[in-house]
Write a protein that binds this ligand. Structure first.
Ligand code: S3P
Length: 180
């Protein structure tokens, strides 16, 4: 490890908000001695404003453009790294193609019940804040799951601690290396 992919060992964590991408990502990167990037953080740094403010002032369409640009610029690095993608990033066919070209994708799956528990007080996710949060999570997750399942690998985080998820992902990556 880490010889993870065809051209560069880039490991993309995908999945719904609250599935653990931003908490598991840095720990996984540390274990693999790789850099860690979070596309939401890169977008906030670039715009010098928070994600909710970007959604509010510039709209979701603008955010999605930035998200794709950030993914493409990471892909041009062609350097080993763990990357946490925002929960909506894998819905774009173009983003999925970029990810497939330069790395391996891992879907961090999580039950609706657990997502709701983890996100019940979050105020920084514009698509799932406010009234009817549980219904919004369920609906969005339902519409997105088919694309999440297009990831190369998947790991359920519902009943795993962060450390257990990291260990499971490393095992899955070893298997992926062996078979590719
Ligand atoms: C989004 C998820 C967020 C962030 C933005 C949009 C989504 O990232 O990119 O609020 O569409 O699900 P996290 O998955 O890190 O919460």
């Amino acid at each position: 490890m880490p010889r993870v992919t065809k051209t560069a060992p880039m490991i993309f964590l995908i999945g719904f908000s609250g599935s653990g991408k931003s908490t598991i990502g840095p720990k996984l990167a540390k274990r693999l001695r790789l850099d860690f990037f979070d596309t939401d953080q890169l977008i906030e740094k670039r715009c010098k404003k928070s994600i909710p403010r970007i959604f509010d002032e510039d709209g979701e369409k603008f955010f999605r453009q930035l998200e794709s640009e950030v993914i493409e610029s990471l892909s041009r690095k062609r350097k080993a790294a763990v990357v946490a993608l925002g929960g909506g990033a894998f819905q774009s066919r173009n983003n999925r193609a970029v990810v497939a070209d330069i790395g391996v994708s891992i879907y961090l799956s999580c039950s609706v019940r657990e997502l709701y528990r983890r996100l019940s007080h979050a105020t920084d996710r514009p698509l799932i804040t406010g009234r009817g949060r549980a219904a919004k999570i369920k609906l969005l997750l339902n519409t997105r799951t088919a694309n999440y399942r297009k990831a190369d690998l998947s790991c359920s985080t519902s009943e795993r601690s962060v450390a257990e998820s990291v260990t499971r992902i490393i095992k899955l990556l070893k298997g992926f290396n062996a078979s590719s």
